[in-house]
Design a protein around this ligand. Structure first.
Ligand code: GTP
Ligand code: MG
Length: 193
C-alpha cells in the first residue's frame, strides 16, 4: 500500500479508549528495542513518526495508527523489559493479553525478533502463546543490515528451529535501514484486510 495519510488516533491505556471502528487492525509485538516502531515507520514511509528510541521500554501504551482510513497499526509495548514496577508490568500484561485475544478487529500479529541472535525464551513463549490462541502470525527478523548476507540463511534456520515455525509459517528478513522485506510485509498485511 502506498501510504500518504497516517494519524496516531489514540495511545490507549484501557480498552474503553480503543477506536470505535471496524477497520482491520494489525499489531506489532516483540521485545523492547527489537525495532517495532522502526518497522512501523518504514511501512508508512515516515521517518520518526512512530517514536523510536535507544531507551528500551519507551512505548508504554497501545498506540493505534490510522492508516489511510483503511486499517490500524497497533504498536504494542515491548515485553521483556524489567525496569518498571511489577504492578505496572502486570497491568500492561493484562491489557495486552485482552487486546490480543478478544479484539475482533485484530486480523494478524507481526512478531519481531532480533535477526542477529537466536530468539530468546520470551520470544518463544510469545510465539507459542499467539499460536495457542489461533492468531495469524507473521514473524519478522529485524536488523538484518547488522549481519553479513552470507549468514542470513543460517540465521533464518536458527529462528525457524527455535520458534518451532512450521513449513507454512512465514518468516521475513527485514532491515529498517535498507528497507529489505518491506514489500513482502505489506503483501502479508494486505492479504488480511
Ligand atoms: P520499544 O518501543 O522500546 O519497545 O522499542 P521498539 O521495538 O519500538 O524499537 P525501536 O524501533 O525504537 O528501535 C530500537 C533501536 O533499534 C533504535 O535505536 C533503532 O534505530 C534501532 N533499529 C531498529 N530497527 C533497526 C534495523 O533494522 N537496523 C538497525 N541497524 N537498527 C535498527
Ligand atoms: Mg517502540
Amino acid at each position: 500500500m502506498d501510504v500518504h495519510h497516517v494519524n496516531l488516533t489514540i495511545s490507549a491505556v484501557s480498552a474503553s479508549q480503543y477506536p470505535n471502528t471496524q477497520f482491520p487492525e494489525i499489531a506489532f509485538v516483540g521485545r523492547s528495542n527489537v525495532g517495532k516502531s522502526s518497522l512501523t515507520n518504514v511501512l508508512i514511509n515516515r521517518n520518526g513518526y512512530a517514536r523510536t528510541s535507544s531507551q528500551p521500554g519507551k512505548t508504554q501504551t497501545l498506540n493505534f495508527y490510522n492508516i489511510e482510513d483503511k486499517l490500524f497499526f497497533v504498536d504494542v509495548p515491548g515485553y521483556g523489559y524489567a525496569k518498571t514496577s511489577k504492578a505496572n508490568r502486570e497491568k500492561w500484561g493484562h491489557m495486552i493479553e485482552n487486546y490480543l485475544t478478544q479484539r475482533d478487529q485484530l486480523k494478524g500479529v507481526i512478531t519481531l525478533v532480533d535477526g542477529r541472535h537466536a530468539p530468546t525464551s520470551d520470544d518463544v513463549s510469545m510465539h507459542d502463546w499467539l499460536k495457542y490462541y489461533g492468531i495469524d502470525i507473521l514473524t519478522v527478523a529485524t536488523k538484518m543490515d547488522k549481519i553479513a548476507r552470507g549468514k542470513w540463511n543460517k540465521q533464518a534456520s536458527v529462528i525457524t528451529k527455535t520458534l518451532h515455525l512450521e513449513a507454512m509459517e512465514p518468516l521475513i528478513l527485514f532491515s529498517a535501514l535498507t528497507r529489505q522485506g518491506k514489500n513482502e510485509i505489506w503483501q502479508w498485511i494486505e492479504g488480511r484486510m
